[in-house]
Design a protein around this ligand. Structure first.
Ligand code: G1P
Length: 294
């Protein structure tokens, strides 16, 4: 049973400056919660009980967010603010948190490698801290992926979402072995951020992975790739070339991926979540209609 996840949150978020100058992009709110809280809630719901964050400079507010804030709890309790107290329930999730720093910005692959000593010789999940899967993180994609990892005896399982052709340049793109019409397909290759003409499909890596520990050896042998960074995609590619089994799992139609890495998708994510807020969504829809009609 896979119960450990590595959550890389070390990136600088340069595409979101100035919002991310002194706060992590993973702490930007989408609706009511910071992005990374959705990621943690999704993982906990999928049976993950140990979370290892790969952090970096300027990311301590993430650690603070998942701490139990005793003075705040007492204050809310003593002043009878039960409803607001409920909002801190996530602090009590049955999970252990671990943090280590990626001390140099050498890429996502390198960030994952920073977790090696902690993960050791067990299979593990990687969930990127800047991507929410499914509205309100109700997706069980990670538990589907860990089940497939075990039943298929794979070394790599990756989640994919089909994207429009002009978006392939932002993602790792799958080359399936044979047909990729079903929910599952075998991976022949994976290419990091290809041009539209190089892209072997429109199936884009959707920020969730399951790995056997062989990925660490591949990462140590991976040379800097796109952007001069050690790419996780290139390490997966190395494993596939060596005959290790890789499986792609498609997100379902309901499991939209909200990528918070740039303003276009961040604005869309915030807007979607705010429009669906149980308390304020309806009024916001009216407000949006009024603005659009004027
Ligand atoms: C990373 C990966 C890419 C993946 C994407 C998913 O890119 O390198 O393969 O598709 O995450 O969000 P980044 O967004 O860090 O540039």
């Amino acid at each position: 049973m896979i119960n450990i996840a590595l959550v890389p949150v070390a990136g600088w978020g340069t595409r979101l400056l100035p919002a991310t100058k002194s706060q992590p992009k993973e702490m930007l709110p989408v609706g009511r919660k910071p992005v990374v809280q959705y990621v943690v809630e999704e993982l906990v719901q999928s049976g993950i009980r140990r979370l290892l964050f790969i952090t970096g400079q300027g990311k301590t507010s993430i650690e603070n967010h998942f701490d139990i804030d005793a003075p705040l709890i007492s204050f809310l309790r003593e002043t009878g603010r039960e409803e607001q107290l409920q909002e801190l329930q996530f602090e009590r999730e049955d999970v252990e948190y671990f943090y280590t720093r990626q001390r140099r910005q050498l890429g996502l692959g390198h960030a994952v490698l920073c977790g090696r000593a902690m993960i050791g010789e067990q299979p593990f999940v990687v969930a990127l801290g800047d991507s929410i899967i499914g509205m309100h993180a109700q997706s069980d994609i990670v538990s589907r992926m860990t089940a497939i990892f075990e039943s298929e005896k794979a070394d790599v399982v990756v989640a994919f979402e089909e994207v429009p052709p002009h978006e392939v340049v932002h993602y790792g793109i799958a080359k399936p072995k044979g047909s990729a019409d079903g929910d599952l397909f075998e991976l022949a290759d994976l290419i990091e951020k290809p041009s539209v003409s190089e892209a072997p499909s429109r199936l884009a890596v959707a920020a969730r992975y399951v790995f056997s520990p062989v990925i660490f050896d591949a990462l140590t042998q991976t040379k800097p790739g796109k952007g001069g960074e050690i790419q996780l995609t290139d390490a997966i590619r190395l494993l596939l070339q060596r005959g290790h089994k890789g499986i792609g799992v498609r997100l379902t139609e309901q499991e939209r991926r909200f990528d918070i890495g740039n303003f276009e998708s961040y604005f869309q994510a915030f807007f979607d979540f705010a429009l669906n807020d149980p308390q304020y969504g309806a009024a916001l829809r009216e407000h949006a209609k009024k603005i659009l009609d004027s």
